[in-house]
Design a protein around this ligand. Structure first.
Ligand code: HPA
Ligand code: ZN
Length: 334
């Protein structure tokens, strides 16, 4: 079997995927025209040409501008269905979708509009593709904790439809400790907890995410490699890292994929997964992230299988749902 077919055949969970980051320019322009929204670009081509990022913030500025095309429940449904079609083609059996309600409520789009559109897509993806999914509400860390509490208040009537909370947006200067009380409240509510940490921020932010927010997974976490004590802890505690290789190169966290530290993390015994983050902006969905990383770092099939296994084990699902995926995975050759 060719390597690309092998990668697609691996049953895998995608655990780090911002649904707003799957908005391809074609759909962005379609929605903007339909909704009478003005975009900062003249064409699809001009939009793609603008995706030349120097750091996280340079990406976030465009990502929030593009999200302005999303207004109606139907828009969020279409967005997520386009993602699920790609996920199915890539061999994703389970996806945990991040969504950023504050990006939308700040523009006057109701929390319920966002959630209902996404939830309907999740139900349709299960029926159409057999892909199970979860929704993880992300708080924007450049905003205040008070703003986060107001968002949690809006989410309260819908908590049965939200599996967890995360923390995203501009990392530097916004450490996890800024949100200690908000995440404590989310834990009391029984929500799963994750946070972006150690993408651009220092290893100390990863330690804060673990000790203060009490996260169950770290999103990115690649800068852990700078701290030997933290590396040993992540290996010992088997904290899953949702690594996004193509994102890291596009946002200049690593100069090239060949210089990415994913294999270093894997060799140190950390529970590494591979994910696409914002695939419409970073040049590839999850299978391309696996495949390009495999070529760049000489990963073996056994290592790719281990990464897919990690993703299934790190998913927020019952073992009854997980077991058949693992059985399918183990049946594949190395
Ligand atoms: N990092 C932080 N915030 C984000 C990202 C990311 O990679 N993608 C979307 N919001
Ligand atoms: Zn992310």
């Amino acid at each position: 079997m060719e390597l690309d077919n092998y990668v697609r055949a691996l049953p895998k969970a995608e655990l780090h995927l911002h649904i707003e980051g799957t908005l391809e320019p074609e759909l962005m322009f379609q929605l903007a025209a339909r909704n009478g929204v003005a975009l900062p670009w003249k064409s699809v081509e001009e939009t793609r040409a603008a995706y030349d990022f120097t750091d996280l913030q340079s990406f976030l500025d465009l990502y929030y501008a593009g999200a302005a095309a999303l207004i109606h429940e139907q828009d969020f449904h279409e967005l997520a269905m386009a993602y699920f079609a790609r996920a199915q083609a890539d061999g994703v059996v389970h996806a945990e979708l991040f969504f950023d309600p504050q990006t939308h409520t700040a523009r006057g789009v109701a929390f319920d509009t966002v959630l209902t559109g996404l939830e309907r897509a999740c139900a349709d993806a299960l029926g159409r593709y057999g892909i199970s999914s979860r929704l993880i509400l992300c708080f924007l860390r450049h905003l205040s904790e008070e703003d986060g509490f107001a968002t949690l208040q809006q989410a309260m009537p819908h908590l049965g439809r939200i599996h967890g909370v995360g923390l995203d947006s501009s990392e530097m200067g916004h450490p996890p400790s800024k949100f200690a009380r908000l995440f404590a409240r989310c834990r009391e509510l029984g929500l799963h907890i994750v946070a972006h940490a150690g993408e651009e921020g220092p290893p100390a932010y990863i330690v804060e995410a673990l000790d203060i927010l009490k996260v169950e997974r770290i999103d990115h976490g690649v800068r852990a490699a700078e701290d030997r004590v933290l590396m040993a802890r992540l290996a010992r505690e088997q904290v899953p890292l949702t690594v996004c290789p193509l994102s890291n190169v596009k946002l200049c966290v690593f100069p090239t994929l060949a210089q990415h530290n994913l294999k270093t993390l894997l060799d140190a015994g950390l529970k590494v997964t591979i994910n696409s983050d914002d695939p419409a902006y970073f040049g590839g969905y999850v299978a391309k992230n696996y495949l390009d990383t495999a070529w760049a770092l000489d990963l073996t099939r056994a290592e790719l299988k281990c990464i897919a296994r990690n993703s299934l084990q790190a998913a927020f699902v019952d073992d009854a749902l997980r077991a058949p995926w693992l059985a399918r995975l183990e049946a594949l050759p190395d």
